[in-house]
Design a protein around this ligand. Structure first.
Ligand code: LLP
Length: 422
């Protein structure tokens, strides 16, 4: 459920007309709903009421400081994968004690900052990484609390580019080496083993792969305990899918049932890293029609947003519902069109032969479910400045990231001395 609805014939974000925000901010822009963010966080966390758990929002899904702060104010922790994300989480008020640090390529300077501020846990992904972490922690006189991310070799049945739990993927330590790796890490200075971590992929719409992975983790915890490790935490990652195309994925409460059936009675703190589930449907990308062009075979609706602003359709064949800001009525003609951006490649196509209400130049449209992996994955390809982000709360809105000027963008480039004007 989200708070983008038609009222009196046009699309609202909570209590504000999207068209009014567009008039003030210009298009394209991302628009997030506070009420939806709060609802999604509360539904997810609420599914684990009464259980010792920590919800660490996966900052990679949407790293705007205002979004992180909205969630931090509800008690959310953060899952970060870089020094930049760590700094964002701290800046937005997430206590270090609620931050977990994931990722296959953590560098010593990133580890050092995380140790200095005292994060909850490092999710370590390899033997060389734990050796570097041990060295960095020892030099600083600190102890790193760690879980190893294990690769359970299960098929998440999602898009290949966002599937992470198969043996062939780069993530986690290989299943057959887990005992040995824990045994060796336990002897390292500056390392305190706390738990086991798993994350098998993103946009999962089936609970079975989760169940398989979590069952494997339960067996592993029991085995590691029998080998003398004091395992008190299990991090189950993120990955629960959201509705993009009308199909409704399993609810957080069904997911919780699966998780608790597997891991519930181990007496561990349960850590979760949801990203998309919290922010995905809490955001839209608003864009304006520039031209409607009749091609030889198809009609093209050319928007002012492009693949550089929202890359999911080009990169993962991702489906985003496209709604007109004006509510269609009985007289509206629906016809197929290719919805495209102005970038000079055929991949800059948001939808092919999609049935949409007829539009004309200057009409506004909204891409739904664009709050996760939207703005964060944007680039300035074709020298298009990053688009602004707006946060709505009731009948108020604020620009939470400004549209950079073209001057600022060009100013990043520098002439070498030999090309400077004489
Ligand atoms: N934890 C770890 C270690 C992750 O790698 C990820 C996502 C998450 C948690 C959060 O997963 P979520 O709950 O959002 O599914 N750009 C792609 C998605 C990439 C996901 C990367 N890792 C997309 O637009 O579909």
């Amino acid at each position: 459920m989200d708070h983008f609805e038609y009222r009196a014939g046009e699309l609202y974000a909570e209590d504000l007309k999207v068209s009014e925000i567009a008039e003030k901010v210009g298009t394209p822009f991302y628009c997030y709903s506070t009420a939806t963010l709060e609802r999604h966080y509360n539904v997810f966390s609420g599914a684990f009421d009464g259980v010792n758990h920590l919800v660490c929002f996966a900052v990679k899904a949407n790293s705007n400081l205002a979004v992180i702060k909205t969630l931090a104010d509800l008690g959310a922790g953060a899952d970060v994968v870089s020094e930049g994300e760590l700094r964002r989480a701290l800046e937005a008020g997430v206590p270090a004690s609620k931050i977990v640090f994931s990722g296959v390529g953590k560098q010593p300077h990133e580890m050092a900052l995380a140790l200095e501020v005292g994060i909850h846990q490092f999710n370590v992904e390899s033997e060389p990484e734990v050796q570097v972490l041990s060295r960095v922690a020892s030099e600083l006189g600190k102890t790193a609390q760690i879980a190893f991310r294990v690769n359970p070799d299960v098929d998440a049945k999602t898009h290949a580019k966002i599937s992470t739990g198969k043996a062939e993927n780069k993530f986690g330590v290989p299943w057959q080496d887990v005992s040995r790796i824990y045994g060796q890490a336990a002897k390292l200075p500056g390392i305190e083993i706390k738990g086991v971590d798993v994350h098998i992929g993103s946009q999962l719409t089936d609970l079975e792969p989760f169940g398989n992975a979590f069952d494997r983790v339960r067996e592993l915890v029991q085995k590691l305990r029998s080998e003398g490790h004091d395992i008190t935490r299990v991090d189950l990652g993120g990955g629960l899918g959201i509705p993009y195309d009308g199909n409704i994925p399993p609810s957080p409460s069904s997911y919780a049932t699966v998780a608790l059936n597997s891991i519930g009675n181990l007496g561990c703190q349960l850590i979760f890293e949801p990203g998309r589930l919290i922010v995905g449907n809490a955001g839209i990308l608003v864009s304006k029609v520039i031209y409607v062009k009749q091609g030889a075979e198809r009609k093209f609706v050319i928007l002012d947003a492009a693949m550089n602003d929202l890359i999911r359709p080009a990169m993962y064949e991702g489906y985003h519902q496209i709604d007109t800001i004006k509510q269609p009525d009985a007289s509206t003609v629906i016809s197929p069109a290719d919805v495209v951006g102005p970038v000079c490649e055929t991949g800059d196509t948001f939808a092919r032969e999609r049935d949409i209400p007829e539009v004309q130049a200057d009409d506004l449209v909204a891409f739904r479910s664009a709050g996760a992996y939207g703005a964060v994955m944007a680039s300035t390809y074709n020298t298009r400045p990053l688009v602004p982000e707006v946060l709505v709360r009731g009948d108020q809105f604020a620009v939470i990231r400004e549209r950079p000027s073209l001057e600022a963008l060009l100013d990043l480039d520098k002439m070498p001395p030999w090309l400077e004007k004489k």
